[in-house]
Design a protein around this ligand. Structure first.
Ligand SMILES: Cc1cc2nc3c(=O)[nH]c(=O)nc-3n(C[C@H](O)[C@H](O)[C@H](O)COP(=O)(O)OP(=O)(O)OC[C@H]3O[C@@H](n4cnc5c(N)ncnc54)[C@H](O)[C@@H]3O)c2cc1C
Length: 205
């Protein structure tokens, strides 16, 4: 059984994303670019003219557990492609003949709680592989897989939607693991295009 940490990887964005958003916005006002995309985008955000941000898309790869992915995919204005427990057979060599799980947040590795969790995962793996060994397909054997099974998915969303999701999920009311992912997504955007998360308030970690 492998243990994996959740994380976020940048994949790609709309070509010339800031330029594209500015050009789209300037169509509305028939104004001429000064070349300062950031300043124009800040003005759009201050004015609440957020539909213009929909012209820019970002794609990320998210690695987390099935429970958190289930929460994430409730956000409807995104495109998703996710690892399938119907088609992936974790008893095969390319998966190392084992399942991969993400440890629950807040349970320290040195505690008895961690040992209890770990023991349970080992039993689950045994039962899952046992079902495959007696001839069941992964789509049937998966019924015993845990909520903390590692999964990964591609998510593509426009900037307005990224701002919305980060705004409500990088928040103290959200589950700590989706909160951590949204903080990471925020950091990835901020590193490359700080203006796209301009004036977006999120709870400190
Ligand atoms: C702290 C927290 C706790 C939660 N607890 C639960 C829970 O206990 N049970 C549960 O089932 N869910 C729960 N959720 C999920 C929540 O109900 C939403 O399904 C999820 O957050 C997706 O958000 P959304 O529907 O606002 O927006 P998205 O699907 O991300 O869409 C973005 C925005 O587009 C607009 N939009 C999208 N689709 C439509 C539409 N069909 N009609 C009109 N406008 C639309 C809305 O303005 C929406 O806010 C929770 C979410 C949070 C953040």
């Amino acid at each position: 059984m492998k243990i994996n940490k959740q994380h976020v990887e940048w994949v790609s964005e709309t070509n010339n994303i800031l330029h594209t958003i500015e050009d789209a916005g300037r169509v509305c006002y028939k104004s001429v670019s000064t070349g300062n995309h950031e300043e124009f985008i800040r003005r759009l955000i201050d004015a609440g003219h957020l539909s213009v941000l929909e012209h820019g898309n970002i794609t990320m790869r998210i690695v987390t557990d099935r429970g958190i992915s289930h929460e994430w995919v409730r956000h409807r204005l995104c495109a998703y492609s996710q690892e399938s427990t119907r088609y992936c057979n974790y008893s095969k060599g390319k998966f190392g003949n084992e399942i991969t799980v993400v440890p629950p947040s807040g349970i320290d590795k040195t505690t008895k709680a961690y040992d209890i969790w770990f023991g349970c995962m080992q039993n689950i793996e045994k039962v899952y592989i046992g079902l495959l060994d007696v001839g069941y397909k992964p789509e049937i054997a998966r019924s015993v897989l845990p909520t903390c099974l590692k999964t990964e998915f591609f998510v593509t969303a426009n900037i307005r939607q990224w701002r919305y999701m980060i705004g409500i999920r990088a928040n103290k009311k959200a589950h700590p693991m989706i909160r951590e992912l949204m903080h990471l997504a925020h950091k990835e955007i901020e590193k490359r295009y700080p203006v796209l998360v301009y004036n977006l308030s999120i709870d400190e970690k």
